[in-house]
Design a protein around this ligand. Sequence first.
Ligand code: FAD
Length: 384
Amino acid sequence: MSVPYDILIIGGGIQGAGCAQAAAAAGYRVAVLEKYDRPGLGTSCKSSKLIHGGLRYLETAQIKLVHECLSERGLLLRNAPHLVKLEPFYIPVYKDSKRKPWMIWLGLALYALLSRKWFSKIPRKKWGELDGLNTKDLLVVYRYHDGQTDDQRLTESVMCSAQQLGAEFISSAELISAQCGAELCEALYRQGDEQKRISAKIIINAAGPWANLVLQRITPRPPQVDMDLVLGTHIIVPGSLEHGMYYMEAPQDQRAVFVLSWSDGILVGTTETAFHGSPDQVEPPESDIEYLIEVYNHYFQNTICRSDVKRAFAGLRVLPTGGDAFSRSRDIMIHSDATNPQVVTVYGGKLTAYRATGERVIKLVKPRLPERAQRADVKHLRLP
Ligand SMILES: Cc1cc2nc3c(=O)[nH]c(=O)nc-3n(C[C@H](O)[C@H](O)[C@H](O)COP(=O)(O)OP(=O)(O)OC[C@H]3O[C@@H](n4cnc5c(N)ncnc54)[C@H](O)[C@@H]3O)c2cc1C
């Protein structure tokens, strides 16, 4: 029988990749099971593609999260300059905007203090250059900077870094069941027509929106944390933004919506729609698409209609239950329980903070694992 791994990770999204990188860097023998054939094809390719502190989380006083994400943004700009770029973002404030100019100024000032990158005001005479932005009743336009990435490429790159440090990535491999004893968890997975076995001392469940479904496959079954799945849609419309990205207040409900340069068009998103189905069947609802078209048309002169939408995609946020989605915590939840202490589950979190999440998870499982010699310090590791 093959030598057991120290850590078996379920899920090759950004959080699984981040945990694999941190585990391999710490010297552990680690394997990742991913049911798709490549990393990052679950939620991690459906994000808004921002490497950001999350300016809007300041509104709900998530200052620790914003601070952590901004320092992770700094590390990514240094360690992955080919994948993460700092871009200008514009915030137009109108007469009827819910967030008044002083509020935005205050938020940006705090954001600037946390990120050590100042913001500015665009002179009125330059408003006409802003990609066809409506200027009627416009009071002020602020400009600040945040990061943008290709989320799927970033996930592949982090997984590749983990592999370079010795991790094994097993693709097209779906966990079917796992049985944990005092020392070891024996897992069974499906790869094509075959069923295979793999064993490890610790299981890290990084299955994103599937996390609670994965827990149901593990014996003894760890209690699951009740989480809500909230669907976020993006649309891609034709055109290009010459000056930067835009941070808008949706006229329908005053939520923050981004209008971003992306690939072959303009990316508009996102929404927050309660989701009760299977994470395997996530489609952008027509009402979400209409909502995003309305936001775009409210702010830009070159209006679009449904047939202009080139593509739409949707992903699922994993959020703590209760309250409206907009104000719920976006921080990661790392959960383990005495029922089966060999299993650690990672719920939610930000793409931006994957490295910090990986570090926290590995710190948590370290006391249950043998001593290993560290191979690298991920903080200073350039991504491939
Ligand atoms: C609409 C939206 C916009 C967002 N925008 C941003 C943003 O701009 N910036 C930011 O920082 N964060 C953003 N986020 C948050 C971030 O994208 C997610 O938190 C992150 O991608 C989740 O990664 P994950 O690895 O937990 O999940 P996933 O990427 O879903 O990975 C889980 C993986 O587990 C696999 N899996 C499931 N079950 C099994 C099984 N039984 N066996 C094997 N494999 C299995 C799945 O195939 C999947 O690949 C956004 C989230 C959403 C939904």
